[in-house]
Ligand binder design. Structure first.
Ligand SMILES: Nc1ncnc2c1ncn2[C@@H]1O[C@H](COP(=O)(O)OP(=O)(O)OP(=O)(O)O)[C@@H](O)[C@H]1O
Length: 312
């Protein structure tokens, strides 16, 4: 195991009664690294989190934190978990919540005040520390959830879908909080369906597919590896193409997206591109509403690796 490795998952297998979910999954997470786990619904992201937190036991393989198996409860105490659902008392203030959770997390009574002040600051909650949680916005409430998970100074913080259902501004504050925690040396593992978030925030991303990581790396590395200099062409037609037109579009390397009038595909950087195509589309009776070339992003890669669109 490399120096600075906080989490090491080695060849982990796990089956729920109905079917195998993890099938030889390996990954590592370093100190001060933020890793986003991506994958379609049901890929096994939450199952992996449960295995890391010791809530389920892998049928095969090892999960270690700082070199020690997470099966032991002493080791598990070095993990902080922010679940998908809010797990806080809405009729108490953030400060009161954190006082309760500090005791539950095993913080000594005399250290509670200091720990609560520290996490209120880390989660940027000071201004609203004494308002009732139920009067706070969804973004603030999520940050109380995060604050509760770091009271015991975990080495590894795990967040399951931290920004589902929060607005863009609130998302920005959550990102800021995670950035700061990472800068303080914490390893952060999160799952998300929001690939823009993953690209903006993560040092590395991993695509969980068929029980293994189909690929992992920095977003830049992966995009270069899969797309090189190619651009993604997105074509929006005024009408759904007929069979012959659709066949021709496929010959041009395009495939239909969510709506039958939207087609997308990769184009080599040097192909005279959009304008040339526009004329040829019109010649075949297709009216173009919009035609643009864009830099492939993690959404493009998700589609390529999983055959599905990411649905935030
Ligand atoms: N407690 C359970 N008992 C039986 N099967 C389960 C249980 N939890 C999850 N599964 C199954 O395991 C598979 C993986 O589920 P999991 O929740 O880990 O996926 P996920 O990647 O987190 O999905 P999502 O993105 O929708 O949250 C699914 O087929 C699911 O039905």
């Amino acid at each position: 195991m490399e120096a600075g490795t906080v989490l090491a998952v080695d060849d982990v297998h796990f089956s729920w009664p109905e079917r195998p979910v993890l099938r030889g999954l390996s990954m590592q997470l370093a100190e001060g690294e933020l890793y986003a786990l991506l994958g379609p619904n049901g890929a096994g992201k939450t199952t992996l989190i449960k295995a890391i937190c010791g809530r389920i036991r892998p049928g095969k393989g090892r999960i270690r934190l700082d070199g020690e198996e997470t099966a032991s409860s002493a080791v598990r105490q070095r993990i902080g978990l922010v679940p998908q659902e809010l797990a806080i008392y809405t009729h108490l203030t953030p400060r009161e919540n954190l006082q309760v959770f500090a005791r539950l997390a095993g913080v000594a009574r005399r250290d509670v005040g200091e720990a609560v002040t520290r996490v209120l600051q880390a989660a940027m909650l000071q201004e609203r520390a004494d308002d009732l949680v139920r009067t706070l916005s969804g973004g603030y409430q999520r940050r109380v959830n995060i604050a509760a998970a770091i009271l015991h100074r975990p080495r590894l913080l795990i967040l399951d879908e931290p920004t589902v259902g929060v607005d863009v501004d609130a998302r920005g504050s959550i990102h800021q909080v995670l950035h700061n925690l990472r800068a303080g040396g914490m390893a952060v593992l999160l799952t998300t369906h929001d690939l823009e978030q993953a690209e903006a925030l993560s040092d590395r991303v991993g695509f969980l597919l068929d029980g293994r990581l189909a690929d992992q790396g920095t977003p830049q590395q992966l995009l270069q590896q899969y797309f090189g200099d190619a651009r993604e062409l997105v074509l929006v037609l005024r009408q759904t193409p007929d069979t012959a037109q659709a066949e021709w579009l496929r010959e041009q390397g395009l495939t239909p997206a969510r709506a039958a009038s939207i087609w997308a595909g990769l184009q080599p950087a040097d192909r005279g591109g959009a304008e040339h195509l526009s004329g040829r589309l019109q010649a075949r009776g297709m009216e173009v509403r919009e035609l643009r070339l864009r830099q492939p992003d993690l959404n493009s890669l998700f589609l390529k690796l999983t055959g599905q669109e990411a649905t935030p």
